[in-house]
Write a protein that binds this ligand. Structure first.
Ligand code: ZN
Length: 493
């Protein structure tokens, strides 16, 4: 008996959808003797499997056919990945047409260019809505798809129906439509010192902030306004943020600011579930996460946020596989220090809470979590009658950013600088012994980072002694005050 000659299989490049965007796949099409039908192999979901009947109908309406006496085998690589997606129809149909020599394709390299489109029963090619996800991947090849009024960051060759696969119209990339627009802010609201200084410092350096104070002192207004005067995020971070928003069904035009309610569960904050889904911290990626009334959140939220606050990413596991989600955000938190909201260490007490309730409340703020905040500030009534409008603060922050870029040649924010980089920037007159003592490495890092921001706000190329002393007040003094209070004052109330 003569061996069967099956020919070399055809490969077309396409995409499938995963928990976090698109992944390239190879669609292998082979014709083997058998009943005329399409068999899809390689862990495809129901959505993809249904496409075989649609493709047969589309081919017929367009004057093509599945070759009689041949079975079409479609194998999706890599074979171990579960696959879903709306756009494999076009790749499979193209593979059949090329393999059975029913068409010749011009100016399209099947080894390099991609195909992503769904088909109507009559063979019209449609651009699937999830193709937009590809805008947020690092992708620069050509894609063949249906017509759409959307903007793309890559070249799309639009095709209307299967019989006109060689009459494609080229749509050039339009990267500018994906840039971050400016956030609107309340120009006229003003802040007294030292709050205005705190606002400028956090906005420029992007240092995580926890501000504690009695109810009605204005801490929520402060952080909400702070989030509106941040400098634009890096383009890469903004694209990742747009992708997260798109995956949750929303569009993002400005730097994201996310303010979850304190009833949010740890899973809602960092992500989880089945299918795996990211949380609020990923929606805040590249922007700010406001945690108003931090101690009212589930205590597990604090431990859940520690890793992403440190690393800027979050790893979630599902059936043995680990998926990384972006989670690089500026955390701005506020809290009362007692359940009634009136307690303030060292101030005249209007607080009605019992010592036990007060202790239980404050002890909800764990040391390791507090350590993640570069700045911890106990609100005090301002003593100076000097105010700055938010417009003035924003201008100050922008000129600080210009100084960082133009004079110091630094692109990243100060919160991302490491200790060795910062030590190099100390004024010559400062020796190690002049750097205030810190209990933890993180506190020392925060001290130097905040001092660098204070120097930038004053357009000073080096970090001076005065910057270190002020940074010590913002990064450590109030933590010591709180710790002292925890040890001594409870008994005295
Ligand atoms: Zn109270």
């Amino acid at each position: 008996m003569l061996p069967l000659h099956l020919g070399s299989p055809m490969f077309i490049k396409s995409f499938v959808k995963t928990e976090f965007g698109f992944r390239p796949v190879s669609v292998e099409v082979a014709l083997v003797p058998g009943v005329s039908q399409i068999q899809i192999l390689g862990l495809a979901d129901q959505l993809i499997k249904e496409s075989s009947r649609r493709i047969i109908s589309a081919l017929r309406h367009q004057g093509f056919r599945v070759p009689p006496g041949k079975q079409v085998l479609v194998n999706l690589h890599p074979s171990d990945l579960r696959k879903s997606g709306q756009g494999l129809d076009l790749a499979i149909a193209l593979g059949i047409l090329l393999e059975s020599e029913q068409i010749e394709l011009q100016n399209f390299k099947t080894q390099e260019d991609y195909c992503y489109g769904s088909l109507s029963l009559k063979g019209e090619v449609i651009a699937p809505s999830d193709l937009q996800l590809l805008n947020y991947e690092n992708f620069s090849r050509k894609v063949m798809s249906g017509q759409s009024d959307k903007s793309w960051r890559f070249t799309v060759e639009e095709v209307t129906e299967l019989r006109s696969l060689n009459e494609r119209s080229v749509k050039e990339p339009c990267p500018e439509s994906f840039s971050c627009q400016e956030t609107t802010f309340n120009e006229d609201i003003s802040f007294e010192q030292p709050m205005a200084r705190l606002l400028a410092m956090v906005a420029l350096g992007e240092h995580p902030l926890l501000i504690a104070g009695y109810a009605g002192c204005g801490k929520t207004t402060l952080v909400e306004n702070l989030a509106t005067v941040l400098n634009p995020p890096a383009p890469k971070a903004f694209l990742e943020a747009k992708k997260c928003w798109m995956l949750s069904g929303r569009d993002l035009q400005t730097r994201p600011v996310v303010q979850p309610h304190h009833s949010a569960t740890p899973a809602a904050m960092i992500g989880g579930g089945r299918p795996l889904k990211f949380g609020e911290i990923s929606l805040a990626h590249g922007g700010a996460l406001i945690l108003d009334e931090l101690l009212e959140f589930n205590p597990l939220v604090q431990s859940a946020l520690r890793e992403p606050m440190e690393k800027g990413v979050i790893y979630l596991s599902r059936t043995g596989a680990r998926q990384m989600f972006p989670a690089d955000t500026l955390v701005l938190a506020t809290t009362n220090l007692c359940p009634c909201g009136h307690f303030q260490p060292g101030a005249t007490y209007k607080c009605q809470c019992s010592s036990l309730r007060l202790r239980q409340y404050i002890e909800k703020l764990t040391g390791p979590f507090l350590d993640r905040f570069a700045i911890f500030h106990l609100y005090e009534k301002p003593k100076l009658d000097f105010k700055m409008t938010l417009k003035e603060i924003k201008d100050w922050v922008q000129s600080g950013k210009e100084f960082q870029k133009q004079i110091r040649g630094q692109e990243k924010v100060n919160q991302k600088l490491c200790v060795s980089e910062l030590l190099d920037e100390l004024d010559e007159s400062i020796t190690d012994t002049l750097i205030p003592y810190s209990k933890s490495h993180r506190r020392r890092q925060s001290l130097l980072r905040v001092a660098r921001t204070l120097a930038d706000l004053e357009t000073s190329e080096t970090i001076k002694q005065a910057h270190l002393e002020e940074a010590q007040r913002w990064t450590a003094s109030d933590i010591y005050k709180l710790e002292r209070f925890r040890m001594e004052d409870f008994a005295m109330r």
